[in-house]
Design a protein around this ligand. Structure first.
Ligand code: HDD
Length: 702
């Protein structure tokens, strides 16, 4: 080709983007100005210089070398090269949304927190849900705890409740956190397995840390595989303090209770969902908020005093223990509503920096050794992750109340103090902010004394009693899931000693569980139980609040029905089924042999949301199959359609059949239908089916 060959200009340059997303200069709650210009504006460099060509580098001739002079290319490429920041060392995989918190039952007698003084007081909120172990790109349905981190932008500063969907933690002292996290993350030599606890390192560590057994019961239960972020509880975990205007203190534990009810998936579903839609949880939250079905949680508090703490069987400073709701009831004091998705994931969800140290006047810490360590760790991690101490200048992290201090400079300083005074005391006329002994934050003046020693309080040493209480509070179905989970996880451990060492903890929790797991692992006999380090507390009563199935919803609101359809089905019946779901506040997805959809018997086209292999039944809370005489032949010949039917039945879902649908189930090897399978032919049948779906699963089938 000669030097003079015609110059090539890709046509893309002249194409207009058809993206219709509204871009806002100001994001309202989450932040401002991460979009500097609106659609259609002139492209510029980041210095504001108009760009004439965004396709080609500056060259010496069309086939010549690139010229160093091309400042536009250099700036664009340098910026790109620096796009990544370190992912969170834990909780890297997460998803955030904005909303608000509103006080519904003020508690001035307990706390002077401004937010909680009056009914109806409302502040913006940002929430980030996460898995713990997996990297940023890992799948959503890992068996894991879920982070539930809430930032409340109050009028007296940001209040972060950095919790999980599980009310207890694996370890008692922050000293062990790096070991815990190293053990659960991928092994350092081989860099796998990713986003799971089913491996030797994790169970090796756990087997040697009996204090973890209570939380292990939780992570192995259905809590470890929630159906949606919307259907899980959140917990502040630690015991905190409320301090009222008179300076009186009460202990408090925080609970977030989903109005949507609790719900989880089965392990077999989790595995399949991860393949079908690794973004299942984030898509679910995004979809619900975009559809106007705003998820809501009630904030509940368990409040107790020293007298209760002194008589409680366990130490209230021990984060591996909970306080049963039957002992200290949860009082609902407010509501959290998520009503807005972020404008930009990186700007808000990735850059949001939660710190347990972020509390407001009226709230205080306790001496829980895990909490004390966390207060150190979070600030440190944000400085590293976000590149310096000015991460509070990032809009999602900045307070929304007035703030004034003398901190200055550092990387990316966005608002340094104005004027001459940057120290205090000073005698300048406009000398800047001053501390206020009346309304400023003061620590609760708890008297402390003690010998300086690396020790743990004696009461912390009971590691099994509450693990037993949790197990015994579950329904039989849930207990079976815990046993299955332990068998699965330990089967992935290659070292027999590790398997045995874990199982040897289980007789202290429940002998039947121990036997089930030992049988499931093919042990000839139960390993000898480890001796508890402290006498167990006998006679703890089961607590219904600890079971998911005892706290599920009784309606189909916020849930999704997957309807597998073929050409030639009854269009009126399909419409009735859709109406019944809509009336119940649920959602529908149409699954069809092709993405082009189907034609009903009266010739109307129904577009599909999913092609059958992209919409397996694991993505839905309940399913319906509607097939015509011709359509069923096609469905029967499609393995994904048979999988749709077989899985829905195996996962104990409610199923509706219309037309010839039954034949698909027979072809899939499902013969004996039970009361969880409904035949629908008219409008009334649809309503009855959706009413039954409110129970979410037909567990009798299991
Ligand atoms: Fe942690 C992140 C929750 C113990 C150190 N943690 C992090 C997040 C949540 C929790 C929800 C993600 C926040 C977000 O979405 O950005 N962590 C917990 C709970 C714990 C807990 C409920 C026990 C009660 N964590 C814990 C300990 C330490 C840390 C004992 C260290 C001493 N956690 C961190 C961290 C992270 C973090 C390394 C990583 C990224 C971040 O902080 O922002 O600092």
């Amino acid at each position: 080709m000669s030097e003079k060959s015609p110059q090539f200009r890709p046509s893309i340059e002249t194409q207009k983007s058809n993206e219709t997303t509204e871009r806002r200069e100001k994001t309202g709650q989450g932040g401002e100005t991460h979009q500097q210009s609106s659609d259609g504006a002139r492209l510029t460099t980041s210095q504001g210089v108009p760009v004439s060509d965004n396709q080609n580098t500056l060259k010496a001739g069309p086939r010549g070398p690139a010229l160093l002079e091309d400042f536009h290319f250099r700036e664009k490429m340098f910026h790109f090269d620096h796009e990544r920041i370190p992912e969170r060392v834990v909780h890297a995989r997460g998803y955030g949304a904005r909303g608000y918190f509103e006080t519904t039952d003020p508690i001035p007698e307990l706390t002077s927190a401004h937010l909680l003084q009056e009914k109806g007081r409302k502040v913006p909120a940002f929430v980030r849900f996460s898995t713990v172990a997996g990297n940023k790109g890992s799948m959503d349905l890992a068996r894991d705890a879920r982070g539930f981190a809430v930032k409340l932008y109050t009028e007296e500063g940001n209040w972060d409740i950095v919790g999980n969907n599980i009310p207890v933690f694996f370890i008692q002292d922050a000293m062990k956190f790096p070991d815990l996290v190293h053990s659960v993350k991928e092994a350092p030599d081989r860099a796998f397995p990713q986003a799971q606890s089913a491996h030797d390192n994790f169970w090796d560590f756990i087997s040697l840390m009996p204090e973890a057994m209570h939380m292990v019961m939780w992570t192995m239960s259905d809590r470890g595989i929630p159906r949606s972020f919307r259907f899980m509880e959140g917990f502040g975990v630690h015991t905190f303090r409320f301090v009222n205007a008179e300076g009186e203190s009460h202990f408090v534990k925080f609970h977030w209770k989903p109005k949507q009810g609790l719900q989880s998936v089965l392990w077999d579903e989790a595995v399949k969902i991860n393949g079908a839609d690794p973004d299942f949880h984030r898509r679910d939250l995004w979809g619900a908020i975009q559809a106007g079905d705003f998820p809501e949680w009630e904030l509940g508090v368990q409040v107790f005093d020293d007298a209760f703490a002194d008589t409680f069987d366990f130490d209230v400073l021990d984060a591996t223990k909970l306080i049963p709701e039957e002992d200290v009831p949860v009082r609902i004091i407010g509501r959290l509503v998520l009503d807005s998705v972020v404008d930009n994931f990186f700007a808000e969800t990735e850059q949001v920096a939660f710190c347990t140290q972020n509390i407001v006047p009226g709230v205080d810490f306790t001496n829980d050794p895990l909490l004390q360590g966390r207060n150190f760790s979070y600030l440190d991690t944000q400085i590293k992750r976000l590149g310096g101490p000015n991460f509070t200048h990032i809009p999602v992290n900045a307070p929304k109340c007035p703030f004034a201090h003398f901190q200055q400079d550092g990387h990316m300083a966005m608002h340094n103090p104005a004027g001459r005074a940057n120290y205090e005391p000073n005698s300048w006329k406009d000398g800047g902010p001053r501390a206020d002994p009346e309304s400023g934050f003061t620590s609760f003046p708890e008297a402390v004394e003690g010998e300086k020693r690396k020790v743990r309080a004696e009461l912390f040493a009971d590691h099994y009693s509450q693990a037993r209480q949790f197990y015994q509070s579950q329904t039989e179905v849930e207990q079976g899931h815990i046993a299955d989970a332990l068998i699965f996880e330990l089967s992935k451990c290659e070292v027999l000693d590790i398997r045995e060492r874990v199982v040897a903890h289980l007789p202290n929790i429940d002998p039947d569980l121990a036997q089930m797991v030992a049988d499931g692992l093919g042990f000839d006999k139960l390993p000898k139980a480890h001796t508890p380090r402290r006498d167990m507390v006998e006679g703890l009563k089961p607590s219904d609040a600890l079971s998911i199935l005892k706290n599920g919803p009784d309606n189909f609101k916020g849930r999704k029905l997957g309807i597998l359809v073929t050409d030639g089905i009854d269009g009126d019946l399909l419409a009735s089924l859709r109406d019944a779901v809509k009336d119940a506040g649920g959602m529908v997805e149409i699954v069809a042999p092709t993405i082009g959809g189907i034609k009903t018997s009266d010739g109307k086209r129904v577009p599909a949301d999913q092609k059958v292999d992209g919409g397996p039944s694991v993505l839905y809370d309940a399913v319906a199959v509607m097939a015509s005489a011709d359509g069923i032949k096609k469905l029967k010949s499609m393995p994904p359609a048979k999988g749709f039917a077989a899985d829905a039945f195996a996962h104990a879902k409610f199923i509706a059949l219309a037309g010839e649908a039954e034949k698909l189930f027979h072809a899939a090897g499902v013969g004996d239908f039970d009361d969880g399978v409904f035949r629908i032919a008219k409008k009334g049948d649809c309503a009855a089916f959706i009413k039954a779906c409110g129970k979410l699963r037909f567990w009798q089938r299991k």
